[in-house]
Design a binder for this molecule. Sequence first.
Ligand SMILES: [Zn+2]
Length: 197
Amino acid sequence: MAKKKVQIKKKTQAKKKVQPKKKVQAKKKLQPKKKEEIRFIGKVTKIRQTEPRTVIEWPRSLTHVHTYGLLSPFFKGLREGKLMATRCPNNKCAEKRLWLPPRAHCPDCHTEMVWETLPNPVIGKIYTFTEVVYAGIGIELSTPYWQVDVELPGLATIPKSYLLYGKPYIGMKVKAEFRTKRPTNTILDYYWVPYEQ
Ligand SMILES: [Zn+2]
């Protein structure tokens, strides 16, 4: 009995001594921390359903920062109503023709290419075409549209773009046009229109 009494007394003393110290220390430490407290800065999601399982609506948006790098002259050209292609300046290279879409370096000999502007009007022939009914995410053209591959004289490539209006057929003559007013600054800034002499 006597032992128990002593123990209780010790506990009471300990509490009395510790409590005031703890309170003061805790307050001093917590106050500056509040300013640095991590905050939620997102938008609260909407709950669509909770049964049989929780489903939330979480809208996402992002800015994709992209450089055209050495191909920048091509996009500058589109804004100015010009189609710009590249040619390998290496005399020893077997490929003498122009590349469009441009290549910064020759795919055959890896020499840095030189720029050339295709003389306007750029007239080509439809090599083949596809009707795009369901475009993938990120395609910013109304559907359906005609994707056309156009053969141009002096090119090593058959560039792909779209026909602004009309119905394509193989061998159809088309002329390049440019979206110089409110350009998208993407490959969509040039397209083809039917060309009749
Ligand atoms: Zn080359």
